[in-house]
Design a binder for this molecule. Structure first.
Ligand code: ATP
Ligand code: DNN
Ligand code: MG
Length: 202
């Protein structure tokens, strides 16, 4: 199964969640488009055990910006046809860039890439003030394109009322809650992977 990790915004915790998913599912990892450094692939490599294969990106762009803009600065135009899913017998965790409607070029968005390469979406929602609106808009966009969403992973400062109203209106399931952590290392990832496994098949 190919899981696409998207979020309600950039810096929402997709990379950490991807590492947790790789650990929980013993899955491989692919970041199709990387804009700026450090490479999320390197971060995931440090956070997971040896069983995860980290596949190379389809595009590595120099500038930490919207991928369409970063590509233009590098003199590249990305195309959906340029994204070929790496072959693996394992589950594959595919990490997006920013949120769903982040442009790859003047036509396609990250959500179009998700529709092309993945079977199911995992949505990461950081619980900042404003996240209810961003989460429900993201769910609408995913539904409009008929993408299957497995559930939401809440990240950051807990906010039970935000979580309740998001789950109520989206009809989605909470797969995991991640607290703000002092340190994020292999032990942190393993701890959350064990919790995720408990919730995965409900
Ligand atoms: N629960 C958490 N506790 C502490 N720090 C966190 C937590 N979640 C994310 N962070 C930190 O916040 C920053 C942004 O998170 P992350 O890189 O995972 O975002 P992202 O959604 O992958 O962004 P991008 O769109 O660039 O891929 C990182 O430095 C990460 O370590
Ligand atoms: C560079 C950054 N860390 C991400 N990889 C890309 C974020 C793009 C956000 C674009 C936007 O929504 O304005
Ligand atoms: Mg990331």
């Amino acid at each position: 199964m190919n899981y696409f990790v998207t979020a309600i915004d950039t810096d929402s915790g997709k990379t950490m969640v991807s590492a947790i998913l790789c650990e929980a599912l013993q899955a491989d990892y692919w970041k199709p488009v990387q804009a700026g450094l450090p490479r999320d692939a390197d971060t995931v490599q440090k956070l997971v055990g040896n069983n995860t294969i980290i596949f190379p990106e389809a595009y590595v762009l120099k500038t930490p910006a919207s991928p369409h803009a970063a590509a233009a600065l590098d003199g590249i135009t990305m195309k959906l046809s340029g994204f070929i899913v790496p072959p693996t017998k394992n589950d594959l965790v595919i990490e997006g860039a920013g949120g769903c409607l982040v442009p790859l070029n003047d036509t396609d968005f990250v959500i179009d890439l998700a529709a092309k390469v993945a079977d199911v979406v995992i949505l990461v929602a950081d619980l900042y003030l404003g996240s209810i609106n961003h989460t429900l808009l993201t769910v609408e966009a995913l539904r409009k394109r008929n993408l299957r969403v497995k559930g939401i992973i809440f990240n950051g400062q807990p906010n039970r009322e935000s979580e309740r109203i998001i789950l109520h209106h989206s009809g989605l399931r909470c797969l995991l809650r991640i607290a703000r952590e002092e340190t994020i290392d292999q032990n942190t990832v393993k701890r959350y992977a064990d919790l995720l496994k408990e919730n995965w098949n409900e």
